[in-house]
Design a protein around this ligand. Structure first.
Ligand SMILES: *Cc1c(COP(=O)(O)O)cnc(C)c1O
Length: 488
């Protein structure tokens, strides 16, 4: 070993023997140090101590009497001090770790699992239906399909009114709700308190609709009485824009009670149930909602690309007065086309074919059973996460997903990315102000007991990797116990 500092990263030179990368089998690089594979081997068997005051550390150049200890291998007359040795060992260990985790990734045939609140896993039955040759949207075959899915959507929305299918993600239906019923300068009440509440506000602002806000603390549900008080003080408010299940905070807002507390105020109640529908009870007619929107890639178990919207008679009456600009989102056109079993523009035909299967699956299970399955999943996942010593984020939890706070000593972003890269499990981190602070496990849609065991088991693995202390199996056991207790 010879002293030579290989700091030039482009042409690394071994910090000990001075050989270049081209002359050695492998060069390991760390901060301020390069070690060739030959020297790395020698370092592993290091052990002889020098007491000769003139011998120096090959790395830092300090003499024997200036350092704690000076060591060398039996085959070498060069020395390294204990401090530099520690540094070099760390670099080598880090390199070995990187290699091990790469092998882990390459060695395991990884089955990918989605626990995200959109898109959600697509059942085989739906995927296979969508693989059939495409049909034409003006052919009788399409009309038959369209009538069938429209009936199924009424069942899902619990309404006698028509439900319209738009070719868009969920936000398209939110935009359609605003532009079809409001006018520039109208004042509306927006329930904030999460990313999707914010979306209603941004949408209204984009169209010149004036906003009155109720700021809800993230993680909490809105107090319906506060809505009542705000409306009472302002009879001019034209609509209340709410979110049933706020996917960014995991909170369920109590839409039924909000409607009750609005007692006779003329404002429309417009509800984003993009993630909430199928996971939490929702009744369009019985709760007298005015507009309800949802999307395909959440509880409906479809790929992204469809949005759905239902309007009450009061909302249709408001649409007569609405002066906001609209063309693609003009629902009057969709209403006219519907009487001819058509859509105004080319619909996403393949997704509609998938939708027929999705709605059939929901009918076969029974919507109430779908709701209670999600309620059970919400309960059991929350109990498993708590059993691992993690804190739940939502005070009024929705059954769509479970949000846990990331403990201070853990890197929240690493948790999410390592779950995906090492275990094939995709969950989501926090959005906006919750970025890095929480992680979100969805149990929405096509999910069963054993999927959830995989979710909690992989969570345990990654928590252990990141240094969280708990008895392995605690979360999985909590899940099993909860499953065995709540068989229904
Ligand atoms: C997913 C989601 C939306 C819509 O998002 P898109 O990306 O446009 O489909 C809206 N609101 C909530 C609560 C959601 O979870």
């Amino acid at each position: 070993m010879r002293k030579k500092k290989g700091k030039d990263r482009k042409k690394p030179i071994c910090s000990f023997c001075g050989k270049t990368a081209a002359d050695v089998a492998k060069m390991v690089t760390g901060p301020d140090v390069h070690i060739c594979s030959e020297c790395a081997e020698q370092i592993e068997e290091i052990g002889n101590t020098s007491t000769e005051p003139k011998s120096k550390c090959s790395f830092c150049g300090k003499k024997a009497d200036q350092v704690e200890g000076l060591l060398s291998t039996s085959s070498s007359d060069a020395y390294i001090c204990t401090k530099c040795l520690k540094l070099v060992q760390d670099v080598l260990a880090e390199d070995a770790n990187r290699k091990a985790s790469k092998d882990e990734q390459l060695g395991t045939p990884m089955r990918r699992r989605l626990f995200t609140p959109g898109p959600t896993p697509v059942p085989e039955r739906i995927a296979l239906a969508m693989a059939h040759p495409i049909i034409h949207h003006r052919a009788p075959e399409f009309e038959e399909l369209f009538v069938e899915v429209n009936e199924g959507l009424k069942y899902l929305f619990r309404t006698q009114n028509d439900v319209f299918t738009l070719t868009a993600s969920g936000t398209g239906a939110m935009e359609a709700a605003v532009v079809n019923t409001l006018s520039a300068g109208d004042r509306v009440l927006v329930i904030r308190g999460g990313k999707f509440g914010e979306r209603w506000a941004e949408l209204c602002e984009a169209y010149g609709v004036e906003i009155v806000s109720i700021e809800v603390e993230w993680g909490h549900a809105v107090d319906p009485d506060e809505i009542a008080r705000t409306l009472e003080a302002d009879p001019e408010i034209k609509a209340v824009l709410a979110t049933q299940s706020e996917t960014s905070t995991g909170v369920l807002h109590d839409i039924e009670t909000i409607r009750e507390r609005m007692c006779g105020h003329p404002a429309l109640l417009i509800v984003d149930a993009v993630s909430g529908m199928t996971a939490n009870p929702l009744e369009f007619d019985r709760w007298e909602l005015d507009i309800l929107v949802t999307g395909s890639q959440k509880g409906l178990m479809l790929p992204p690309g469809l949005a759905f919207i239902c309007l009450s008679d009061r909302a249709w009456a408001a649409s007569e007065r609405s002066d906001l600009p609209k063309y693609y989102w003009d629902l009057a056109k969709a209403r006219t086309s519907l009487t001819k079993r058509q859509t105004p523009y080319t619909p996403a035909v393949s997704l509609l074919v998938g939708l027929r299967e999705a709605l059939a699956m929901i009918r076969e299970e029974g919507l109430e059973n779908v709701w209670s399955r999600h309620a059970r999943y919400g309960r059991v996942v929350r109990s498993a996460v708590s059993a691992l010593g993690l804190k739940l984020f939502a005070r009024a939890p929705s059954n769509v997903l479970t949000i846990a706070e990331v403990p201070e000593e853990i890197d929240g972003k690493a948790l999410v990315s390592r779950l995906r890269s090492t275990y094939g499990v995709t969950i989501t981190g926090g959005q906006d102000r919750l970025s890095g602070k929480v992680f979100r496990i969805s149990h929405l849609g096509y999910v069963d007991d054993f999927d959830l065991l995989a979710a909690i088991s992989s969570l345990e693995r990654v928590l252990a990797d990141l240094g969280w202390t708990f008895e392995p199996g605690t979360g999985v056991a909590a899940l099993q116990r909860a499953f065995m207790r709540n068989t229904k």
